[in-house]
Design a protein around this ligand. Structure first.
Ligand SMILES: Cc1cc2nc3c(=O)[nH]c(=O)nc-3n(C[C@H](O)[C@H](O)[C@H](O)COP(=O)(O)O)c2cc1C
Ligand SMILES: Nc1ncnc2c1ncn2[C@@H]1O[C@H](COP(=O)(O)OP(=O)(O)OP(=O)(O)O)[C@@H](O)[C@H]1O
Ligand SMILES: [Mg+2]
Length: 496
């Protein structure tokens, strides 16, 4: 088998190890599942192409072990699915079809989105496991292992990721050593290929040329594989980025507070931090748009963070930060931004000081932070810096005392308290009934559209508290006067 031979004959020890491990995973999968129960998700990308050849070799070696036959491969026996999209590059499409022909692959073309397509596929076929060319640096790899069940909400199958631990360099070492064909776009400076709408050649491969047309070196010449996605145009480029940039245009800054903890949802622990954070944010003029409590689950965190970061100026998240298996908050944040978790030397240094002797596990694993988007906010009062990922602040506090300290440092280090014009407010208490105040209050709202009017009561029959907020004290006073005029004197007590 030419692939096995090429790797066997090369003297790249690292590549041999990676190859052997991947083949081991493939052979395990082929032992666990029958050939009808497996599928290969192929899209003509470089990682997919590596996997195609590993599967060809793995199937050959698996068969050889079973029957001690040494025959060649006739056709490719693994059901191969390709989600064809109108926004795919024509070069990718052409290569995919070409490869199918060359290697005797019967392609199942699916023209639906991934989820619906997989649902239909699994309904019609006995498939239980799907091979994917996902690698650890991919945003979608966060939280995955070589065998990972599909996520909740997805049809049930096993995701098999034989090249999960391969680096960018390993991929190119394999393709070049085996001298196999790959999509022509990689020779034009594309290093990771998505759709025509979000992919351009990697600027790091640009060749300075006097002619007008920009030229690029081939993908295998990219020296720092961590930058392979530099040619991906950010999907959310237009979204909010940071306090102090486009957020300055709002009158009031918007915040979202997210707690992560199964223990809160089960009612075992009362969430004090959320309450405290809302108070603190309000006191410095922020408007808290939403608080939410999430399960310790990567996808729950990533979906909520992704939603909130695009709506709010700043997202504050706490809980699920640390070395426990349930501490998935940072992985969720990474997934929300489409980046991987990567070891951070600076952060590791802090942890080394902090936990030194107690550490039995891999300290490096604990020091993983969302790559390329994390800013460490240092403060002499903090033993570990605060973690800021674009407009998401990850708080490590586990109680209100710790939060107090982190908040103090945070307000000193960022423009949290300084960038907004503080809101003025006044609270009035009345023993009038809600029916009595309802209409006059809604009219007041129309007369003073610039004043926020909030109402609540502590018990059904207890007094009503009316809260007036605005930028200008004089306007608040006018609103209070106007409200008082609508009733007998003395029915409202000023609560300050
Ligand atoms: C065969 C297959 C299985 C997938 N299974 C899952 C899954 O279990 N959970 C999930 O969140 N995404 C799953 N995805 C989606 C990918 O994680 C990812 O969203 C997809 O590759 C799109 O990447 P893009 O948005 O960068 O194009 C799957 C995709 C494919 C092709
Ligand atoms: N449209 C698709 N059809 C079938 N499988 C897909 C599709 N998109 C992604 N996949 C699966 O997900 C894997 C990861 O996709 P990803 O885009 O990261 O890698 P790639 O396309 O192989 O290489 P590259 O990183 O250069 O784009 C693929 O190897 C493939 O198994
Ligand atoms: Mg791709």
């Amino acid at each position: 088998m030419e692939i096995d031979k090429a790797i066997g004959e090369c003297d790249d020890k690292r590549l041999k190890t990676k190859y052997n491990n991947a083949i081991f995973v493939i052979k395990r999968a082929l032992s666990l599942y029958s050939i009808e129960e497996v599928a290969f998700s192929f899209n003509g990308g470089k990682d997919s192409t590596v996997l195609l050849h590993l599967l060809r070799a793995g199937y050959f070696l698996h068969k050889k072990e079973l029957s001690s036959s040494n025959g060649g491969l006739s056709g490719f026996p693994v059901r191969t699915i390709y989600f064809e999209s109108p926004s795919a590059f024509t070069e990718i499409n052409a290569f995919t079809y070409d490869a199918a022909q060359t290697y005797g692959i019967q392609l199942d073309i699916i023209r639906q989105d991934f989820k619906s397509g997989l649902e239909a596929l699994l309904k019609a076929n006995p498939i239980r496991a799907i091979f994917l060319g996902v690698r650890i640096g991919d945003p979608t790899a966060v939280g995955q292992e070589q065998f990972s069940p599909s996520s909740p909400g997805w049809p049930p199958f096993m995701r098999v990721n034989p090249i999960l631990d391969w680096s960018y360099r390993d991929v190119w070492a394999f393709l070049l050593t085996c001298k196999v064909k790959y999509c022509s776009l990689y020779d034009q400076g594309y290093t990771s290929i998505g759709s025509i709408h979000d992919t351009v050649p990697n600027a790091l491969l640009s060749v300075n040329d006097t002619s007008s047309k920009e030229k690029f070196k081939p993908a295998y010449l990219l020296s720092d594989g961590r930058l392979e996605r530099a040619g991906r145009v950010k999907k959310n480029a237009a979204l909010k980025n940071d306090v102090g940039s486009d957020s300055q245009n709002h009158e009031v800054l918007l915040a979202s507070v997210i707690a992560v903890g199964d223990e809160i949802l089960s009612g075992t622990v009362e969430d004090q931090l959320g309450l405290s954070l809302c108070k603190k944010l309000t006191s410095v003029g922020w408007s808290v748009q939403q608080t939410s409590v999430l399960r310790n689950d990567i996808d729950s965190v990533s979906e909520e963070v992704d939603r909130q970061r695009s709506i709010c100026d700043m997202v504050f998240i706490y809980g699920g930060v640390g070395p426990l298996h349930s501490d998935v908050t940072l992985a969720g944040v990474a997934k929300a931004f489409g980046v991987r978790l990567a070891p951070d030397e600076e952060f590791e240094e802090y942890l080394r000081h902090l936990i030194s002797e107690q550490c039995t596990g891999d300290r490096n694993e604990m020091a993983q932070l969302p790559e390329g988007i994390t800013e460490l906010l240092h403060h002499e009062k903090l033993s570990v810096p605060l973690i800021k990922c674009r407009n998401v602040i990850v708080l490590a506090a586990t109680n209100t005392e710790e939060l107090e300290k982190e908040w103090e440092c945070l307000t000193e280090l960022t423009k949290l308290g300084g960038s907004t014009s503080l809101m003025e407010s006044k609270r009035l208490m009345t023993s009038l009934t809600d029916v009595e105040v309802a209409e006059p209050l809604s009219k007041l709202g129309l007369e003073f559209p610039d004043i926020y009017l909030g109402c609540y009561r502590k018990s059904r029959r207890g007094p009503i508290i009316i809260c007036l907020k605005g930028k200008d004290n004089a306007r608040i006073e006018s609103a209070v006067q106007a409200l008082c005029k609508k009733f007998k004197e003395g029915v409202f007590v000023d609560m300050k």
